[in-house]
Design a binder for this molecule. Structure first.
Ligand code: NOJ
Ligand code: CA
Length: 698
């Protein structure tokens, strides 16, 4: 056993032989890390003296190794440092972010393998705790394979949770609210129609996982800086009193292939005494590396329309031949007459964007391959450069340019990632040639290379490669189906948004998203970064297009407007058809006006699953926007305008549900009111069942 190490610190950290104690910058959180007689490492986290995380195991198990870093470890040293910085995101929910934490590094050795070394680094913020495993360069450890991560999150109780089932391939589930102990019994509530699915345990859940204790404390578990490791999901144990890390494997059961020096992602525990504390935390961004993009001038907020909803609503098709089943003659592809991405139709969207000052038009189904793109686990589907005969790439690119509108590229990989890797450079050069500044990617279907899952280490590395490569070409990227973000938009701000949850599209062709869905997403999916949720559907019932259809967006029209504020993203779609917006140009004005980049954000009120009200100040200008949403229950939102600078009068435009609005019975009834306000005012707004309100203030 090594000599005891005593470090006396100026900032309330104490380290003794087998134990270290650390406080967050204002002392709100307290962390204890200790090694027991069996050489097992544990941590414990308190907020204002109350337990957040009860003593919980830390450790990692290697494959085919004499011993691992999970027991029999020896405490070598512990070090502490103070960190304080301010940084400015390229685009964000606020223009200045404070990154203040106390760092504790515990160095451990494993005598059974001749003294291999691992460090556990803990960053303690007032908002929460981040920690990760780090393997420095060393003689005794070079290549290794992770078989299991022992990391545990234990509680003194069986907390309430908002969760989706653990799945190696998708996050497109309903959120279920239950105690952790009831996950198995409540599981069927999360299952709806989705394609590729690979659940792994009846006790498995995904992160970000939002928890609430009986005393009303909010705890959120996620990860940060996922660059070379599988996604962490969680297995609930001990009747809901504990959760253990479960890493997404490949088909061999291996979790991660690593070579020292290297590290795991950060395990991130946000803690709040109010629900809004969780939303206001910037810890996950702070745990990521600073931007690697030297000149970010190509990264811009983007408000776009697109040839998209019309396919989801069944009006037009992605494919030219209209079979979608491969039953066409490749040399004699006959147009079905329903193809969406035609030159003429694209011009309608370009004209609409130009007329209303929107930035861009997304076109899906422009390239060959859609007749046979799905469900065959086929390797060569798309080449990302060959348009259908009715889509004029050079002509449209010139037309868009003449109108001051950008075109957004679409790359559906259909899960054939080896194929996409082969085409990436060619495809990005094609985009540069025709002036496309951004690409939406997609990964529908089972992954190729076969044996990999969407959330494994191989795919993590692919998504990071796409971010890096698009950055090198000066392109923005919006990844669909990809695994959920972990704050990497700090490092790659061109990774402007992702999907990675049930988006608005599910409302077009499935049982949809329940009205509470958008009150939960900010506490779960959005904790890691922006979501391309595609709000703004005005024509709410699908029976408009398909007589007798029962599908509908589970919303009111006013709530669709509120989502532009409550669902943070610097990339926002106005997802409905130009024809539908033309019928409601007064309401469309809010979509035209709303900002996508912010100086300040004010989280006014929130409860996951019930309601959410957020106010934001636009970056660099004196304009404020507020979004208030509710679940299936009507409610009165109270909006305290004290975020406005005092001593001035402002013009407020309120877009709200009409008195008789109701998400099922009367979803499209709204009213617009104009009033004068000042910072001393508090306004109350009635939200319909499934409804919302949007406000702009100048
Ligand atoms: C699923 C994506 O989420 C959706 O936006 C897209 O239209 C389809 N895949 C086709 O790529
Ligand atoms: Ca609710």
């Amino acid at each position: 056993m090594k000599k005891f190490l005593f470090v006396l610190l100026l900032f309330s950290a104490t380290v003794s032989a087998q134990q270290a104690l650390l406080h967050s910058p204002t002392g709100k959180l307290e962390l204890t890390v200790s090694l027991d007689q069996a050489g097992i490492l544990r941590y414990q986290l308190l907020q204002d003296g109350a337990t957040v995380i009860a003593p919980s195991v830390l450790g990692v198990q290697f494959k085919d190794a004499e011993a691992s870093f999970d027991r029999g470890m020896v405490w070598q040293a512990a070090d502490t440092t103070v960190w304080s910085e301010m940084w400015e995101p390229v685009l964000g929910e606020e223009s200045t972010i404070y990154n203040d934490y106390h760092l504790l590094t515990v160095k451990l050795s494993q005598p059974a393998t001749g003294g291999q070394i691992m460090e556990v680094q803990f960053r303690l913020y007032d908002a929460g705790l981040g920690f990760r495993y780090y393997w420095p360069a060393q003689d005794k450890l070079n290549h290794f394979v992770i078989a299991d991560e022992r990391t545990q999150f234990s509680f003194n109780e069986n907390p309430t949770a908002w969760w989706i089932p653990g799945d190696y391939d998708t996050n497109e589930y309903f959120y279920v609210k239950s105690t952790l102990g009831e996950v198995k019994a409540s599981r069927s509530k999360a299952f709806t129609e989705i394609g590729t699915r690979h659940t792994w345990s009846e006790m498995g859940v995904q992160t970000p996982l939002q928890l609430k204790t009986a005393a009303g404390r909010y705890i959120n578990i996620h990860e940060a800086a996922l660059t070379n490791y599988p996604v962490m999901q969680l297995e609930i144990t001990d009747g809901g009193y504990s959760a253990k890390a479960h890493l997404v494997p490949n088909i061999f059961g291996d979790k991660a292939y690593l070579q020292a020096p290297c590290q795991s992602p950060w395990r991130a525990i946000n803690v709040g005494s109010k629900a809004t504390d969780i939303l206001a935390s910037r810890m996950i961004l702070n745990l990521n590396e600073p931007s690697k993009i030297k000149d970010p001038s190509f990264i811009k907020t983007t408000k776009y329309v697109g040839i998209w909803w019309e396919m989801h609503a069944g009006i037009s098709t992605w494919d030219y031949a209209g079979t979608q089943d491969g039953s066409y003659d490749i040399n004699n592809r006959k147009p079905s007459g329903k193809h969406g991405a035609t030159t003429e139709r694209t011009k309608v969207y370009i004209d609409f964007a130009a007329k209303h000052g929107l930035d861009a038009v997304l076109i899906e189904g422009w390239n060959t391959g859609w007749e046979d793109w799905f469900g065959k686990w086929k390797e060569d589907v798309f080449d990302f450069v060959t348009p259908y005969p009715d889509f004029d790439v050079p002509g449209l690119s010139a037309y868009a340019k003449s109108k001051g509108v950008k075109l957004i590229m679409h790359h559906e990989t259909s899960g054939s990632v080896t194929n996409y890797e082969r085409w990436m450079d060619t495809a990005y050069r094609f985009m540069k040639k025709y002036g496309y500044p951004a690409v939406k990617t997609g990964y529908v279907g089972k992954i190729i290379p076969r044996g990999e899952y969407h959330d494994g280490q191989w795919m993590t590395r692919h998504f990071n490669r796409v971010a890096e490569k698009t950055a090198a070409y000066g392109l923005m990227v919006n990844m669909h189906e990809s695994h959920r973000p972990t704050g990497l938009n700090r490092t790659w701000p061109n990774w402007i948004a992702s999907e990675a949850a049930r988006g608005n599209e599910f409302n077009a062709w499935s049982s949809g998203n329940p009205p509470e869905h958008e009150t939960i997403l900010p506490f779960t999916r959005l904790m890691g970064g922006a979501m391309d949720y595609t709000p703004g559907i005005f024509e709410i019932k699908m029976s408009t297009y398909k007589p007798g259809a029962t599908e509908q967006v589970h919303t009111t029209l006013a709530k669709q407007l509120a989502l532009y504020v409550t669902m943070y993203s610097p990339l926002q779609m106005a997802a409905d058809l130009p024809e539908n917006y033309n019928k409601h140009l007064d309401a469309f004005q809010f979509i035209k006006d709303v900002a996508l980049d912010w100086d300040e954000t004010y989280y006014l009120e929130a409860e996951p699953g019930d309601y959410l009200t957020i106010a934001r100040k636009a970056k660099g200008i004196n304009e404020w926007f507020v979004g208030a949403i509710t679940d299936e229950n009507s409610r009165t939102a109270t909006i305290d305008l004290s975020f406005l600078p005092a001593g001035k009068t402002y013009t407020l435009m309120l877009y709200r549900d009409a008195v008789d609005a109701h998400w099922e019975k009367n979803p499209m009834a709204y009213t617009i009111e104009k009033t004068q306000v000042n910072s001393g005012d508090k306004i109350t707004v009635a939200l319909a069942a499934g409804g919302g309100a949007a406000i702009s203030i100048k």
